[in-house]
Design a protein around this ligand. Structure first.
Ligand code: SF4
Ligand code: SF4
Length: 395
């Protein structure tokens, strides 16, 4: 993948070097609209950007529904002015889409946008698709998602969790997108990625097939400059860019409100990011996240907080995939690390367990090695973290 292995000391150096240059971007002039939205008798400032060639005008903060099945919270988000709800076929084994379906039932179809994602069986180590990954299976899953949502079409359908350029160009899925578009089941197509993002984003741009990219993008990524460059290229080519994972996994402690606000402002300082999906799980966090639109300017205090946090070694995997191939048992280390993050940062055991179950792990995880050969690029102890989540498999 053309990425050099980077040691912890180099990581610290490169992160700190970024502070003087591009870690913070200069103020920009981007096309965005500011409106006052009235919700529950209160006026709120909303900032809208256009999602590339889709021409959808979206608030810069929308909702990633992944972590909640509380219909009242989703309802409150829509009632507060959120327009885009982001879910996936696999979230909560379908319950996430069903909950959204119950909320949007009866609402005018032009009052919200729905994005969902369909994934197919992948080799977790190589990121390439397996035999059962067919056009028919993709379309079957899309139909199930539509049924759960109670919709004839979704606004955006993503190919879920892509980490290789070869997978962007995987013929059976390209065919499925073409058929789904023709049948009117999707308005726009896209790819989601939270691993090896620059390669995937570049491949989507070069493919000229899609309309939208959903990507992990955070100040904590050691490769954030590469992600930023790929996003700029994609945005210039007309693709809509949706950011995710702006906060989660980036902090040593549970992020405070100040951390959350600063992280979203950091990603939105990039004019090529058109909106971000926020994974709030409480009414209080919904209010906090929407209030970010009052002023996207990073304060000096917020800048200092982000600089300090970025200089600390990571607690959570950044999906760089540099450890792939090191495990003698071919365990999918980045996925296991993601399960660790879901457990200890998101505090969402059910989500972590869904992921662990999908990994098809051996009966004895890490029990037959006399020592662990896996060296994480940002220096954390992979074996210890695997042990901290392996129990999820046994329950
Ligand atoms: S101990 Fe390390 S090398 Fe052995 S199976 Fe676990 S992760 Fe892989
Ligand atoms: S475990 Fe470490 S090396 Fe492996 S993908 Fe995650 S951050 Fe990269």
């Amino acid at each position: 993948m053309g990425q050099k292995l980077i040691g912890r000391r180099d990581f610290m150096k490169s992160t700190l070097a970024g502070f003087g240059g591009l870690f913070f971007l200069p103020p920009f002039n981007t096309k965005q609209e500011i409106k006052l939205v009235e919700a529950k008798g209160k006026e709120k400032k909303f900032i809208y950007r256009t999602l590339g060639k889709t021409r959808l005008k979206l608030p810069v903060i929308n909702m990633g529904v992944m972590l909640t099945d509380n219909p009242n919270l989703i309802r409150a988000a829509l009632d507060s002015g959120v327009l885009l709800l982001d879910t996936a076929h696999g979230y909560m084994q379908g319950r996430n889409e069903e909950t959204i379906g119950s909320v949007i039932k009866g609402r005018p179809r032009d009052s919200f946008y729905i994005a969902t994602k369909v994934g197919l069986p992948q080799n977790r180590t190589t990121g390439l698709y397996l035999e059962g990954a067919t056009t028919e299976e993709f379309l079957k899953r899309l139909d199930i998602s539509l049924k759960r949502l109670g919709l004839d079409y979704v606004d955006i359908l993503y190919q879920h969790g892509v980490s290789r350029k070869e997978s962007v160009m995987y013929e059976p899925i390209l065919k499925a997108f073409e058929l789904a578009k023709k049948a009117g089941k999707i308005r726009f197509s896209g790819v989601s990625t939270h691993s090896n993002e620059p390669e995937v984003i570049d491949a989507v741009t070069d493919s000229k097939v899609h309309d939208v990219i959903l990507t992990a993008y955070t100040f904590k990524q050691k490769h954030y400059q590469e992600v930023r460059k790929a996003i700029a290229r994609a945005s210039n080519a007309g693709l809509g860019i949706v950011g995710m994972k702006a906060v989660r996994g980036a902090f040593q402690q549970q992020p405070t409100t100040r951390n959350i606000v600063a992280s979203f402002k950091w990603i939105l300082q990039d004019p090529n990011v058109h909106t971000v999906i926020a994974g709030f799980t409480t009414f209080e966090h919904l209010e906090t996240d929407l209030a970010i639109m009052n002023d996207l300017t990073l304060t000096e205090q917020e800048k200092m907080d982000l600089q300090k946090e970025a200089s600390l070694p990571g607690l959570y995997c950044q999906g760089c995939r540099q450890c792939l191939g090191q495990c003698t048992e071919k365990l999918p280390i980045p996925d296991l690390m993601r399960a660790y993050m879901y457990t200890y940062d998101y505090r969402n055991i059910a989500h972590a367990q869904d992921l662990i179950t999908s990994l098809d792990l051996p009966d004895r995880v890490c029990e037959d090695c006399s020592f662990c050969r896996v060296k994480c690029a940002i220096g954390f102890n992979v074996l210890k973290k695997i042990r901290d989540v392996a129990w999820l498999k046994k329950t």
